[in-house]
Structures are given as C-alpha cells and as structure tokens.
Write a protein that binds this ligand. Sequence first.
Ligand SMILES: [Cu+2]
Length: 275
Amino acid sequence: MSTRLLRILAMAMAAIVVATGTAAQAIASTGRSPSIASLAAAAPGVVSGRITDITRLTPQYGGSGTIAGQAVVEGPVPAMGTVNFGSFGECASQHDGPVPTGDLVVHDGKVENAFVYVQDGLGDRVFAIPTTPVEVDQKGCLYAPRVAGAQVGQTVRYVNGDALLHNVHGTPKDSSAWNVSLPRQGAEREIRVDHAEVMVSVRCDLHPWMQGWLGVVDHPYFAVTDAEGRFTLRDVPPGDYTLAVWHERLGTKTTRVSVAPKGAAETRLTLTAPR
Ligand SMILES: [Cu+2]
C-alpha cells in the first residue's frame, strides 16, 4: 500500500473519530440523538466526546427493573357509542353488527387502550432505535390497534387491510404531518416521527370515524394497556420516575414510581371519569 493511500486512510479515520465525538457531545448535551441533518451540519473541530459515551446508546446498559401496573377509572363511565358508517356500506358490511366506537373501552373500571410511558427521570440516557417497525392496520375501516406507540425515529408501517381506499393523515404538532394514500388492499407506507409527542392524532380523511393515535417517545419505556388495563415496562434502569398515562376520553395523570436495581415496581394509575 502506498504511503499516499495510507495517509488518505488515516485522514478518513480521523474524520470519523471527530464526527463520532461531535455526535456524542450532541447526545450528552441535549439528551436526544442528533438527527441526520444535525450530524451532517456538525462541523469537524474539537473532539470533546469520548467513544465510550456511546455505550449509553445500547439498551442492555439500561437496567433490568420493571414497572408494572393497571390503569383504572373511578366512578361510572358513559356507555360507548357505536360507529355510524353512514353511506359507507362497504365498511359496515365487514362487520356482523354494531361496532363500538372504541374510544372508551372500560371493563369493571379497568381501562383498555391507555398509553403509559415514562415521562421524566431517564436523564440524558439515549436509547437505540428499534429496527422492527411498528405496524398499524386499517381493517374493517378501523385503525388496529387504535392506540400504538413508537420511539422517535422508529419506522411506523401503516397497512391497508381493506379492499377499498383509505388514507393515513397524521397531524403531530412538533413534527412534520403526513398524509398518504393507501389505495388498495395490501398497500403500505412507512413514516417516522422526528420528535417525542404524546399524543399524535392519526385519521383517515375518507371515513370520518376512523381515529387512531400514535404516542411517540424518545425511549423504549411505553406501553398500551390491555383489556385488564394492565401494562409492563421492562429493562428499566434503577431510578425515580414520573410515570404518565394518557387516554383519549379520560385525560392524563402522572404518578411517581421508584425502581430499585433489578426491582419490580407496581403501580396503579387512576383516571377520572368524564362528567
Ligand atoms: Cu378510511
């Protein structure tokens, strides 16, 4: 290998080290992973970050505690309505009977489809973005699941499960909106959301009852409650957290929770019935 080639290689390696250091610095100062754009704009110069800082990016360094619990509502809740399919017979005909609107699924005070997430307490940790996409279907002219969650930058794949035209119209406040057409069964489009936001409304403009929700956070500690109102957050680092719950009809609540090293915290999130 010629001396000239070696010199070029050495310069390239140095540039990589500088760029990596700048990225680590950006992560350390903002607590967020830098966007591709900010990485590209980062001027090579002072190397103040250390490669070892990057180990914080890997989730296995996060911890092994759990936060589990249940979302409940106190007091009587209104009965859920049924979807008015109007003149859209091709939607109604996919169901055997009346279809619940899905906006207030409560069984014996246990709240399904609530979005639970760590709102505060993770400090400046930065987590790897999962490579597995979150998938949301449009099936029977409904979003399935109705409530989904994703990490900032994670791929969210919307799929049309119906043999008719839908679109997917997401309207975050802090990130770019998206409005994509899914013209036929099996059509799919992938989106990513740039900034954390709970909650992003996702609708279909053709079918006015089609409401979905996407909770976007910059870490992996989120969940959607099941039919028993239950959720579990795994691999949580030890620490004191603010845990938040969001529900489209029952509003939001926060509670404090402490996780010991490898500990299991159990909590109850009590929402208030609408008046
Ligand atoms: Cu639609």
